[in-house]
Design a protein around this ligand. Structure first.
Ligand code: KE4
Length: 427
């Protein structure tokens, strides 16, 4: 493959955009090389500006469950945009998408739309703090919830569970209100409640996708629910990635634990910028203008994004059997990866949840971020580059998740596996 135009484009982009990208992961920092600049998408494929064609296992990090240029989503966007792009005033489309989401998620009585997953989680946390009158929050190492200040936090020094900033620009005074716990480790959460009597909420990816794919154990989520009940804290499920990806109702469709607040994004925008947070009516009643907790957004609920999200969500709701097909394809792919790795005696862990799949170059099962960090990231980088050169576009980090879209056929999966066998042999 040649990448002449992408190399030129990247140099030009870097002259006017920090790092040449509008989101850091796109810079291919952990895999090396020049990120392909994309010309267009076609169903299951991406085409870059050098004319190279790739099977796209990233799908814009999750939103495109029907692949690129889905006709129904495209038609909805074109038709709606002809009536205007944004009004800064209520439209029927917001109510329609809100009703679809409320009908699918038992934990959601009311929902508010925003423009990104970051905004959704940031707003849900402010709401939890406002509702409980408490300032501290608990998050888990390895979970990513967007880039708001409360969440750019790493484990504090020593035994303290209180956080310290993991980015300059986040005041230490702010970060110390975020306590860090270990995923799938209830003792570490109990320790947080011993450290602080001022915990407003626990925020968790119930199926973590940002340390690689690491599902929480159902018993662990149930214990979080019990702890929140015991201490009067709220349980927030961040389903920005897993919502509409793990099942039609995200992780909540698979495990029987009900959160107090849920955050969504990605699929509910159909590729347009949409995030959402929702939950119990008594909690949502605290949100402005009904209540005192302020939250706002010029483009929140804009009609074109609502139309794109409605077109996707309604297709999924009308044919929930699509999840069995997507899961079957994800399992076909991961078993192909596993047999290829075994054939070449390469340690590999694989997992699937609905249309989401993950693999770790690791000789042990991955249950939390410390486990994930033991993966062989050099081997991942070599694998990623080799597959990219063969026309297969995987997430450019060992600590991300892959996605299956409806346009991916068994033939595409099998072709991918054939190439994985050859690449594994060369690793
Ligand atoms: P955005 O602000 O990027 O829309 O959403 C933040 C977010 C919140 N919660 C979860 C569980 C998420 O996965 C995300 C965003 N996911 C990453 C991919 N791992 C977005 C990719 C990027 O940062 O460019």
């Amino acid at each position: 493959m040649k990448h002449t135009r992408s190399i030129e484009a990247y140099e030009e982009a870097k002259s006017v955009i920090p790092g040449g990208v509008d989101s850091p992961v796109r810079a291919f920092g952990s895999v090396g090389g020049t990120p392909p600049f994309i010309e267009c998408g076609e169903g299951a494929y991406l085409v870059d500006i050098d004319g190279n064609r790739y099977v796209d296992y990233v799908q814009s990090w999750g939103p495109l469950i029907f692949g690129h240029c889905d006709p129904e989503v495209e038609a909805a966007v074109i038709e709606t945009s002809r009536r205007g792009l944004s009004f800064g005033a209520p439209t029927l489309l917001e109510t329609e998408l809100a009703k679809e989401i409320v009908s699918l998620f038992p934990a959601i009585d009311k929902v508010r739309f925003v423009n990104s997953g970051t905004e959704a989680v940031m707003s849900a946390i402010r709401l939890a703090r406002g509702f409980t009158g408490r300032d501290d929050i608990v998050k888990f190492k390895g979970c990513y919830h967007g880039h708001s200040d409360s969440l750019l936090v790493q484990a504090g020094s020593g035994a303290a569970t209180f956080g310290s900033p993991n980015s300059p620009g986040v005041p230490a005074d702010f970060a110390r209100h975020t306590l860090l716990a270990e995923y799938n480790d209830i003792q570490s959460v109990e320790a947080c409640f011993k450290e602080s009597s001022d915990i407003a909420c626990i925020v968790i990816e119930p199926i973590a996708g940002n340390m690689g794919l690491v599902p929480a154990e159902e018993s662990f989520l149930q214990q979080l629910r019990n702890l929140c009940n015991e201490h009067g804290a709220l349980l927030i499920f961040d389903e920005v990635m897993s919502g509409f990806r793990a099942s039609l109702t995200g992780a909540q469709g698979i495990i029987g634990v009900e959160p107090d607040l849920v955050t969504l994004g990605k699929v509910i925008g159909g590729g347009m910028p949409v995030g959402a947070f929702g939950g119990r009516a008594d909690i949502m009643a605290h949100l402005s203008p009904d209540g005192p907790v302020y939250q706002a957004g010029t483009l929140s609920g804009n009609p074109v994004a609502m139309a794109a999200g409605l077109a996707q969500v309604r297709q999924l709701k009308n044919d929930p059997s699509v999840y069995e097909v997507l899961q079957g394809r994800a399992e076909r792919l991961m078993s192909g990866f596993k047999s290829a790795a075994d054939a070449h005696e390469i340690p590999l862990q694989v997992d699937v949840r609905g249309s989401m799949f993950g693999f770790f170059f690791n000789d042990r099962p991955v249950k939390n971020f410390d486990d994930a960090l033991k993966s062989n990231t050099d081997r991942f980088a070599k694998f990623h580059r080799a597959m990219l050169d063969r026309g297969f576009y995987f997430a450019c980090s060992q600590f991300e998740t892959g996605f299956i879209c409806t346009k991916m056929t068994d033939a595409i999966i099998d072709e991918t596996v054939r190439n994985v066998h050859e690449v594994m042999g060369a690793l």
